[in-house]
Design a protein around this ligand. Structure first.
Ligand SMILES: Nc1ncnc2c1ncn2[C@@H]1O[C@H](COP(=O)(O)OP(=O)(O)O)[C@@H](O)[C@H]1O
Ligand SMILES: N[C@@H](CCC(=O)OP(=O)(O)O)C(=O)O
Length: 376
């Protein structure tokens, strides 16, 4: 099958997010691979000058800072170490990017984001507006997670999903993950000699999810293939293509254009922005379990009514994001709750007349309205 992105990234790809993992940027001794990075920057500069808008998501702060501070375990031994390493490493990392892009006549901008900056809708729209303005000024945003303040609970932890969320926020046409492996294989190619490269993925199903094995191969980053597939779910759900290609070549993007291996996850079309944002969220405040009848009704595009609800858990207020879980415990949809957790539990399984008697004027047409819901 001829891929939609043959010769990627073609001129039609107007806006591109390129993510570079720690293992590529930083060598085993903890120093930045300046020569290799110059090649990547030359590749990016050629595209920027041809009119493509580029956003970089760059890992490497923890690995770089750990060496400067002589911290054990690459700075990942404890949260304190990781945060200190990131604070020291980030300033060096952005210095390299600013210098190398500057040598190509390009201006770099640094944006450090936490998970919350993209999970909270107001802050997400704010970050999106900043990205838009930077791109309109022909600046190259260089983005990383704000590791020195992010704590375990509010962290992406890997930059693959951060890159996908940025792709979504910036309405990018494609996200490219440069990795130490040249794509998704049917199993981990480092451990399974029979593993075969999967060149194109039109739909991310259980078989695809099962292919990822273990964490980061290099031990320097934290993503691994599972976070790349999770990133592909976010990006493709937002209508962007996502590619995993090898970053081991001197000029990875050119090498790929010239026929090197890679995997392309094809973007889905026709999803609305608010629903994309919902589907791409990583955290939810509660869970609403529904029976088989309600599951069928949701599948047909109906709102969730209290009658089909069998259980409510978590702590959420009206307007918070909750997952709808089927009788087997699988999350099937996500949406904005019309009631807080307490009222939702009171009206679970009840019909309209009973709800009216319980809640009076506070009755709303649905527990989750179809316009504020996305099927997963
Ligand atoms: N099915 C798979 N296909 C390819 N790589 C896989 C697969 N399952 C696990 N991996 C591992 O994922 C690694 C890539 O992830 P990672 O080391 O986090 O890269 P990066 O630092 O680029 O984010 C590969 O080197 C490989 O060891
Ligand atoms: N934000 C972190 C990197 C997170 C991470 O490990 O990402 P990756 O190397 O892409 O798996 C840093 O700059 O060190």
């Amino acid at each position: 099958m001829v891929t939609a992105l043959n010769g990627f990234p073609p001129a039609t790809i107007k806006r591109l997010v390129v993510k570079i993992g720690s293992a590529l940027l930083v060598d085993k001794a903890g120093a930045i691979r300046t020569e290799w990075l110059s090649g990547v920057v030359a590749d990016l500069a050629a595209r920027a000058k041809a009119g493509q808008q580029i956003i970089v998501v760059s890992s490497g702060a923890i690995a770089l800072g750990a060496r400067r501070l002589a911290l054990p375990k690459g700075g990942r031994g404890s949260l304190d170490d990781a945060q200190a390493a990131a604070a020291v490493g980030q300033i060096a990392l952005s210095g390299h990017w600013a210098q190398l892009l500057g040598e190509q006549g390009l201006t770099a901008a640094q944006m450090l984001l936490t998970l919350d900056d993209l999970e909270n809708r107001r802050r997400y729209l704010n970050a999106a507006a900043t990205l838009e303005r930077l791109l309109s000024l022909n600046v190259i945003p260089v983005i990383n997670e704000n590791d020195s303040v992010a704590t375990t609970e509010i962290r992406f932890g890997d930059n693959d999903r951060l890159a996908a969320r940025i792709g979504q926020a910036a309405r990018a046409d494609a996200v490219v993950l440069l990795s130490d492996v040249d794509g998704l294989y049917t199993a981990n190619p480092h451990t399974d000699p029979d593993a075969r490269l999967v060149r194109e993925v039109a739909r991310i199903d259980a078989d695809i999810l099962a292919m990822a094995d273990g964490g980061s191969g290099s031990g320097m980053g934290s993503g691994g293939m599972a976070s790349k597939i999770a990133a592909a779910q976010i990006a493709t759900g937002a209508g962007a293509h996502l590619a995993i290609i090898s970053g081991l070549a001197e000029r990875p993007l050119s090498a790929w254009e010239n026929g090197a291996n890679g995997t392309i996850f094809l973007g889905q079309t026709g999803k609305r922005a608010r629903k994309n944002w919902l589907a791409g969220r990583l955290t939810v405040k509660g869970w609403i379990t529904v029976d088989a009848g309600a599951e069928r009704a949701l599948g047909k595009g109906n709102s969730l009514l209290p009658a089909g609800v069998t259980a409510v858990s978590g702590s959420f207020a009206r307007g918070d994001v909750v997952d709808i879980v089927n009788a087997e415990g699988r999350a099937i949809a996500r949406g904005l709750a019309e009631y807080d957790a307490e009222d939702a539990a009171r009206i679970a399984g009840k019909r309209s007349e009973e709800i009216a008697a319980l809640l009076g004027d506070a009755v709303r047409p649905a527990l989750i309205h179809r316009d504020h819901m996305v099927m997963l």
